[in-house]
Design a protein around this ligand. Sequence first.
Ligand code: DGL
Length: 278
Amino acid sequence: MNAESPIGLFDSGVGGLTVFREVSRILPRERLIYLADTARVPYGNRSKETIIRYTLETIPFWEEQNIKLLIVACHTASSHALTLLQENLSIPVIGVIQSGVQKILATTTRGPIGIFATKSTIESGVYQTAISAERPDIQLFSVECPLFVPLVEEGFLNHPATTLIAEHYLQHLQDQHLETALLACTHYPLIRLVIQSVLGSSVALIESAEPTAIAAKTYLEKNNLLNTSFPSNPEFYVTDAPEKFVKLAKYFLSQEVFSLKKIRIQEMIAPCLKNAFS
Ligand code: DGL
């Protein structure tokens, strides 16, 4: 691996393109390979065991790509499988949790803080633990918002149904005087305006995509791995329905998705999977 090797980005589906977009903006010369496990999306309602298995099953794909860094753009996969991926992959891996936590802590003076994520991310407790470890004095309100992902995937970005669901999940927080809230799911930045309108304009909404891209840049700089050659086109891989990915990608990127291939992820009964559950 060297500076010209690509960077991998992994998500359960199309949502990680919010991170892809920021990485392309902040690291425009890097070659990016994006894998979306669209055959098995969503991860957010699944059990910890299944999320770990699905995530670790991408290891052979990543080992073949000769990447210099893997970014796990998915909050659900980062919550449950980041450490195992780091232990089992011979490539450096960063997730979205740490950068999101650092950003919200830097933005919050007194709280309270809202954390909005998939059911599985909230159940993992990773955000709550990381924030409380630094600022035990700050009150946290963690809210599962499972219907946000399908609403975004339907393109209901500014739809009355999305407002109705956002009110259902978040209206009770209006009395809690949140100072900040973390959009701890790849899809939520796309309905940021709806979330903001329900919470009120005084709540600062924090996203992880940009700080994650900055963390990737810092890592590459420190390790002399920044690509200085001419930019090349990104490659996209999906595990199902390429046409759906292309259609949805329009909501996430202002560029067309070319170079898209469908691949099959082999189910692995690898030693690392056995260890993961022991
Ligand atoms: N990418 C997931 C996340 O950020 C959302 C979609 C899913 O549930 O798989 O948590």
